[in-house]
Structure formats: C-alpha cells, structure tokens
Design a binder for this molecule. Structure first.
Ligand SMILES: Cc1ncc(COP(=O)(O)O)c(C=O)c1O
Length: 392
C-alpha cells in the first residue's frame, strides 16, 4: 500500500486506463456469459445503499422486509408465493445451501454412511463444490438424446444412502430442461429431497411460458420439488452478487440455522453460508423486479429468443458447423463433426469473441447485451475461421 493517499482523480484515471483490458458487454463480444449489464435502476439503487448489511438484519429491518418481498416475488414467479428463501451470492451458494439442507434432512431420517446425491452429468460444478464441502457422493446420470437426464437411470441409482435428487431447468451448457415432473414423482415415491437448479432458467422459462412456449413444468407446481435456485444476477438484470434460493417449506430453514449471538441488531440465526452480505444488491434486485414487472421481462426474453433463432439459423448455413441441439432457451451449442472445437475457440478468441467451451461444443448465451448486429458479425467471423481451419 502507498504511504500517503493518492488523489481521487488520479485513482479514477488509473482505473479507467487499466480496465481498458477488460472485455465489455456493450461490445457484444461476450457471447458466453450468463451475466450482463445490470438495469440502470439497479445500478442507481446499488450505489445508494452500499452500507446495508443483511448479515446483521436487526440493524436493517427495512432492508430485511424488502428481501422478504423480493423472495415473495420470485416465489410467485415459481408458482409458490409461500416459499421462503434468501438472496445469496449466486447459484453456487444457492445450490450448496440446498444440498446442506438435504443432507441434514437425510441425517434426521436416520440415513447412515456417505450421503448420495443423484445429479445429471450436465449439473453445474457447484454440485462438485457442495459434495466436497458437505462430504456427499455425487451419483452422475447420463442424458437422453435431447440432453435431459434419463429418469429410468435415476430410478435405478436410488439406494438407501440416497438423500436427494437434482434436476436442472436450463443446463449450463445447452439450456435444456430436465423432466422435473417425472423427477418429482420419483422423489415423492422414494421420500427423497428434490432440488431444482434453475439458476439460469428460473428467470427465463416462466416468461417463455407466457409467450406460449410449451415447456416442462419445472417449479413448485410439482409437489415433490423442495427447493429451487434462481439467480437474479443472470437474466434478472440485477447486479452481482444476487443469486436466489427458495424452499417450499420454511421449517427446513428454521431447523438448519446457526445462531449468531453477538450481532449489534440482536441475535440472528443464519441459514446461509455468508455472514456479512450485501443489502444493496437485494434492494437493487427488488427495484429491478418492480421496474420491469412480468411484462418487461417477457419482452426481454422474447427479444433474446429472436436473436437466439437468428444465431441458430445462421449457424446452419456455415459449412462444417452444426447446432449441438435445437435451442430450448436462449443458449446455443455450437459444434462440428470435422473441425476441432478448441481450435475454433482459439481463433475466435484472437478476435476477442468470448464463448464458453465445453468438451465438444462452444456455448453462446444470448443475453440482453447481445444485439442482431453482433450476431451478424460473429457469423461472418466464424465462417472465416472455419474456412481457415479447413485449409490447414
Ligand atoms: C445451471 C447453473 N447453476 C449454477 C450456476 C452457478 O451460478 P454462479 O456462477 O452465480 O455461482 C450456474 C452458472 O453458470 C449455472 O449455469
């Protein structure tokens, strides 16, 4: 650290210069991220209330009330206004919190040995983190031809050590939706906890349903669903960090809290992982949900789907490039039977295109910052890259 303070002007100048290295959403080059520029109102609210700390909610009762309202709005979106939950640091924390509760419920049922959780192979790495932290064993189940978990294999994988099943509504790589209705029946039949990871899809699928898309029911309409991760900092246009974890039954949370006695606002029982946590992000999430409403989000999602279709149709015209699957939501998997995906990725990166790379595909996420002209440019660049690689 420097000994004497530097002027604000100089510091801001340095930051502005050094951050020139960062890619920006506005450039349209970030095609593989589930985050985007937050809504203008979210930015404003965030900076107005930076000191709010919901690790000590007794001090910030107004902020706490607004968190409860935010959860109610998300719960209503997921067809259970009575569900209870928290705005957490992201989908990773949401999934870890759910797995911890599921493990403890399993223990309370008298299950012994290393608890087993059945997850699709498409599950996000946050489940590996949860397994490591909570001493769980993941039992990975393969996917059908449409990249959804094979429910017949889920059934076969259940043992006396199974404590939970995980289904995904909007997978990280392709955006597919597991058959949650079937998983719900399996969970009910076997008295198992069912968690749905809708970290990305939760802020997309409900609006696609409003647009008339016929998609599997992924939320609390299914009796067997115990908890859902849904992240406002992805398609919700909220500032980072704003994940969400919602539980069907508040009792799951009450039984799984850590009492923190020293808080200035009075003793509080923490059910999630973080202690000190941003109230500003919650207020900004609340403000964004209120500002956009279901109509606003439906419009945004419709626009993203139009651009998704533009990309999918354009890809089909490029020689040696294929869609990994027909897009279900605003995520597109790009693959090739002939060309090496890693090489395509490297070539695209030379032109600053940033997509996500999975074993056999590149992933584009059509977020609100992606505009038709960006896709047009991307398709032109991709075509050139494929031509160059074919010649090599
Ligand atoms: C399906 C899914 N779940 C969880 C996560 C983790 O979310 P976060 O990065 O906010 O922790 C992601 C992130 O991409 C995801 O795609």
């Amino acid at each position: 650290m420097n000994q004497t303070g530097i002027s604000q002007e100089k510091i801001l100048e340095e930051l502005s210069e050094r951050l020139n290295k960062d890619l920006t959403y506005e450039s349209g080059k970030i095609l593989g991220s589930m985050c985007t520029t937050p809504h203008e109102l979210a930015k404003k609210v965030m900076t107005m209330y930076l000191e709010k700390n919901l690790g000590d909610p007794g001090l910030f009762k107004g902020t706490q009330e607004i968190e409860i309202e935010t959860i109610k709005m998300l719960g209503t979106l997921l067809n259970n206004p009575k569900s209870w939950g928290y705005i957490v640091s992201g989908g990773t924390e949401g999934n870890i919190v759910a797995m911890r509760i599921a493990r403890n419920i399993g223990r309370a049922k008298g299950k012994r040995g290393t608890p087993q959780v059945i997850v699709p192979v498409s599950a996000h790495a946050s489940f590996d983190k949860a397994a490591d932290l909570l001493n769980l064993r993941l039992i990975r189940i393969g996917l059908d031809q449409e990249y959804r978990v094979k429910t017949s294999e889920v059934k076969k994988a259940i043992t006396e050590k199974t404590i939970a099943i995980v289904g995904i509504a909007g997978t990280t790589s392709l955006g597919t939706i597991d058959p949650i209705e079937e998983l719900s029946d399996i969970a009910l039949e076997n008295n198992l906890y069912l968690h749905v990871d809708a970290a990305f899809g939760g802020m997309v699928i409900p609006f696609l349903e409003r647009l008339g898309y016929k998609l599997p029911k992924f939320d609390f309409r299914n009796q067997g669903v115990n908890s859902i991760t849904i992240d406002p900092h992805k398609m919700g246009l909220a500032p980072i960090p704003a994940g969400g974890i919602l539980l069907k039954d508040r009792r799951y949370i009450l039984k799984n809290c850590f009492e923190i006695p020293y808080l200035a606002g009075g003793t509080y029982a923490h059910p999630i992982i973080l202690g000190t946590r941003s109230g500003a992000t919650i207020l900004a999430t609340w403000a964004t949900l209120k500002r956009l409403g279901t109509e606003g989000y439906t419009k945004i999602v419709k626009n993203c789907m139009n651009i998704t279709n533009q990309l999918a149709q354009g890809l089909e015209k490029i020689e040696n490039i294929e869609l990994a699957a027909k897009p279900v939501i605003n995520i597109v998997g790009i693959t090739s039977k002939i060309l090496d995906i890693c090489q395509i990725d490297q070539e695209l990166r030379k032109q600053n295109w940033a997509l996500g790379k999975f074993t056999n595909l590149l992933r584009a996420v059509i977020m609100p910052h992606v505009k038709p002209q960006h896709i047009q440019q991307f398709l032109t660049d991709l075509q050139q890259v494929t031509k160059k690689l074919q010649q090599n």
